[in-house]
Design a protein around this ligand. Structure first.
Ligand code: DGL
Length: 360
């Protein structure tokens, strides 16, 4: 309860500490502790509600990073921390420009010898997209941990403080190096590639269909597996080599679907279209000609699925070879959009794109 008291006091403007260098006012920087930089972008973890009973009714992206850190003095037990406010938004409003600003900052910081790990605080709505983006484009083996919360810090049983503590603890851990971008929520350590927001109203909101990489309990990491897909230091992509992301849109498949949305999106200047199909990424018979016309304009067509688990196979129910379409494998539509946009910084060849979708 003391955490909530600290946190609630700070939220009421009792005063907060501006952290310009590593460490806190309470504890001097110690050479023995790792240095972790916390990049804040907003979301519920920075949210505030009118009362402790408001766990779902609140305003996201209100609490600045210095208040977040000052409300959690326990962070000094595991690392020297300092914060930067990269953005202050609800994550449903993240766009390619915000992603690039964040990614460029992460890329610059991981090159610094006095930075041992990075934590990104983020809204949970698009957290899975940002985590995957950083997993693809940041050339480092240093731990990068993305974290959010499902309840604001002002609520009873708020989850943000422990999620943030876990994130800093993992980011300060040598055994978290080389595992790609990680997400710590609800005691689990998940891969930034695999994790998705599967439940929109519980603290146990994030899951990977292939299981978590491990757990973090009282500052100790318990690992059970490691990623096999390419990421971070082994990636062929590097955010230092590009400055914009191509427009890629998603269209949804469902019964009685018309081509109205697909036709309009196909004329909007996109470079790739993600089709969130039914079942195994299936495409309605009426939609096939619309997607073929889009492909004929040189726009890549990538088949994902609206089904939250499993993966899409090439040439199963759709002749992908014949249509020159790409399949997104196990990536959901929103992650497929991220990989397509990143891949298009390197190639617009559909066979190369398919290789990339198998490998990342
Ligand atoms: N508006 C949502 C967001 O910023 C709140 C959800 C959350 O952060 O948990 O993603």
């Amino acid at each position: 309860m003391h955490l909530l008291k600290n946190f609630a006091q700070l939220l009421t403007g009792v005063g907060f500490v501006a952290l310009s260098t590593f460490g806190t006012m309470a504890q001097a920087q110690t050479a023995t502790k790792p240095n972790v930089v916390i990049l804040a972008t907003g979301g519920t973890i920075a949210g505030a509600g009118a009362s402790a009973l408001n766990s779902a009714t609140y305003a996201a992206a209100k609490v600045p990073v210095d208040k977040l850190l000052a409300g959690l003095p326990e962070l000094a037990n595991v690392a020297n921390v300092r914060g930067e406010q990269v953005a202050q938004i609800a994550s449903e409003s993240f766009n390619n420009e915000t992603l690039m600003v964040l990614g460029k900052r992460v890329s610059a910081l991981v090159k610094q010898a006095d930075v041992d790990g990075i934590v990104v605080t983020h809204g949970t709505d698009t957290l899975e997209e940002t985590a995957y983006f950083l997993n693809l484009v940041i050339r480092t083996s240093k731990p990068i941990v993305v974290v959010g919360s499902m309840r604001p810090g002002t609520a009873l049983s708020a989850d943000g403080a422990l999620n943030l503590f876990d994130a800093v603890s993992v980011a300060a851990s040598k055994d978290a190096m080389g595992k790609g971008v990680l997400v710590t929520m609800n005691d689990e350590i998940n891969s930034g590639r695999d994790v998705v927001k599967l439940v929109n109203i519980k603290t146990e909101a994030f899951k990977s269909q292939w299981g978590p990489l491990g757990m973090v309990v009282e500052g100790n990491n318990y690992w059970f597996r490691a990623p096999v897909k390419r990421h971070t230091a082994q990636s062929e992509f590097n955010i230092d080599e590009f400055s914009t992301l191509a427009p890629v849109e998603i269209v949804y498949g469902y019964g009685n679907v018309s081509t109205t949305a697909t036709d309009a999106v196909g004329k909007s200047g996109i470079k790739a279209l993600i089709h969130a199909g039914t079942g195994n990424g299936s495409v309605a018979a009426t939609m096939v000609p619309a997607l073929q016309a889009i492909r004929a304009q040189g726009i890549q067509v990538i088949r994902s699925s609206r089904v939250p688990a499993g993966f899409v196979l090439r040439n199963a129910e759709q002749p992908d070879d014949k249509y020159d379409w790409v399949v997104a494998h196990d990536l959901n539509p929103q992650k497929a959009r991220i990989l397509a946009a990143v891949a298009l910084t390197k190639t617009s060849d559909s066979k190369e794109l398919q290789r990339i979708f198998w490998q990342y």
